[in-house]
Ligand binder design. Structure first.
Ligand code: PEP
Length: 252
């Protein structure tokens, strides 16, 4: 049975003290909750990862990095490798976020290499993709999403899919306050599951969690998460507030 997941992408927010305080509140708030079949993940900045991972150890909260490089080590100023993430207890990484693609020039080819490096290190990947507004208006959103998934993930062996979480994030809905309607999310998620089934098999498609991301908040989460093919959310803004994030984790 596929898992429901709420993942908080803290982006470039929260210094070390604020990160420690936020994870502490989330851990405490979820301690007594019965989160049936639900995973809760937070992704702080690199500087806070080690401490947050330490605080989350043995709790219901898991910790992810927001990015990583595909090389092990070397002359790549400012970058962090999978090996380094693992050394601080982090076994999940977000790859392909639209902000990485747009502002830092991450291409499908780079992302395929990052995916391979993460898997070679037995890490789990939250793989993001989604169309921009012009593409949706031009009715190209299915093609765009398919090509991002195909180029980033379809070279994998079937067995690798145990370590993949998909995150559909229409770029026009990220940080804008505008969400895809539950029907638009469901339509895309069903499409994604179908292309995975066609390329691999029904079992993989049925078991992969597909998250929706784009202005999810405590007011709209229940309806979006109730859709058959929506297995949770990748959350930006609303993940920075412990109370909101805890509510989201309980929205299934
Ligand atoms: C995100 O950055 O992945 C995201 C979905 O942000 P927000 O929830 O703020 O739209």
């Amino acid at each position: 049975m596929r898992k429901q997941i709420v993942a908080g992408n803290w982006k470039m927010n929260n210094d070390l003290e604020a990160s420690k305080s936020l994870v502490k509140k989330i851990v405490k708030g979820l301690k007594k909750e019965k989160l049936k079949n639900t995973r809760v993940i937070v992704a702080p900045t690199f500087v806070s990862l080690a401490k947050v991972a330490n605080k989350a150890k043995g709790t219901k909260v898991e910790v992810a990095a927001q990015n990583m490089h595909f090389e092990k080590s070397g002359a790549f100023t400012g970058e962090v490798s999978a090996e380094m993430l693992k050394s601080v207890g982090v076994k999940i990484v977000i790859l392909g976020h639209s902000e990485r693609r747009e502002y830092f020039g991450e291409t499908d080819a780079m992302l395929a290499k990052k995916v391979d490096a993460a898997l070679a290190n037995n890490m789990e990947i939250i793989f993001c993709f989604g169309e921009v507004l012009e593409e949706r208006k031009a009715n190209k959103h299915f093609d765009v999403v398919e090509s991002q998934i195909r180029n980033g993930l379809f070279h994998l062996e079937a067995s690798a899919w145990d370590s993949i979480i998909l995150a559909y994030e229409p770029v026009w809905a990220i940080g804008t306050g505008e969400t895809a309607s539950p029907e638009q999310a469901q339509e895309m998620h069903a499409f994604i599951r179908k292309i995975v089934a066609d390329e691999f098999n029904d079992d993989i498609a049925e078991n992969v969690s597909i998250l929706y991301g784009g202005s999810v908040n405590p007011g709209n989460a229940k309806e979006i998460f109730s859709k058959e093919d929506v297995d949770g959310g990748l959350i930006g803004g609303a993940a920075l507030n412990a109370e909101n994030f805890i509510t989201l984790a309980k929205s299934f």
